[in-house]
Ligand binder design. Structure first.
Ligand code: CA
Length: 227
């Protein structure tokens, strides 16, 4: 059966663009132009994933994120022209899975949808324990990280941080999430730890740490392991 996507977007052109891009890939697409219309559609049938704009005629998309998250595990991908970092963190905290800044390409949209589905929709599937991209191979089960054919020696904390990103590969992980999962809840304000360890990891993994290929920065929000 085809995956069903609910697209909530009031801009006619963007809506049409998303619809056609997803239909070609075999997704079954439903669209809504407002929060109230989306709400009504969600009550009838739950899609496999929701793509949500924020500026909607009858309110802010974040209201819908909070509402949906109270009852459902449905992956939510935000598409928005807003670039404020605080806003993005607020959305992720409210339960959105990821965000895509407008303008975005079809390729980016499809990749983010696949990642959101993998992380939430198939929560019963085995956890991600292997990561391979170009010259980087990470096997969490055997604790082996290989880069450009060489086995890397990572400290326990570096490995923990990298492992956390592997488990969410392709998705942004906020500073708070990383600090809490790697160091513990009492360290969520210690962002300098994160900067330090990320710099160490990049020095070991990246060919050019100043222009990372794998460990990407989401400015002011967190980090994302490229896929
Ligand atoms: Ca809009």
């Amino acid at each position: 059966m085809n995956m069903r996507v609910l697209v909530v977007e009031d801009d006619k052109e963007i809506r049409a663009f998303i619809r056609s891009s997803l239909s070609i890939e075999g997704y079954e697409v439903q669209t809504a132009v407002s929060i109230s219309e989306a709400r009504a559609m969600l009550q009838q049938a739950l899609p496999d994933v929701m793509v949500l704009d924020l500026g909607l005629p009858d309110g802010d998309g974040i209201e819908l994120v909070r509402e949906v998250r109270k009852q459902h595990n449905l992956p939510i991908l935000i598409v928005s022209a807003r670039h404020q970092e605080a806003q993005k963190i607020l959305l992720l905290d409210a339960g959105a899975d990821d965000f895509l800044s407008k303008p975005f390409s079809v390729g980016e949209l499809l990749a983010r949808i696949r990642v959101a589905l993998r992380h939430r929709g198939t929560s019963l599937a085995a956890a991600v324990t292997e990561y391979v991209l170009d010259d980087l191979r990470i096997d969490l089960a055997s604790h082996v990280v290989q880069c450009r054919g060489e086995v890397l020696h990572l400290t326990p904390t570096e490995f923990k941080l990298l492992a956390r990103l592997v488990r969410s590969a392709g998705r942004v992980v906020t500073h708070r999430q990383l600090l809490s999962d790697v160091w513990g809840n009492e360290f969520i304000d210690h962002t300098h730890y994160l900067r330090l360890y990320m710099a160490q990891l990049r020095a070991k993994i990246e060919e050019n740490p100043a222009e990372p290929r794998y460990l990407l920065t989401e400015t002011g929000v967190g980090y994302r392991l490229a896929i």
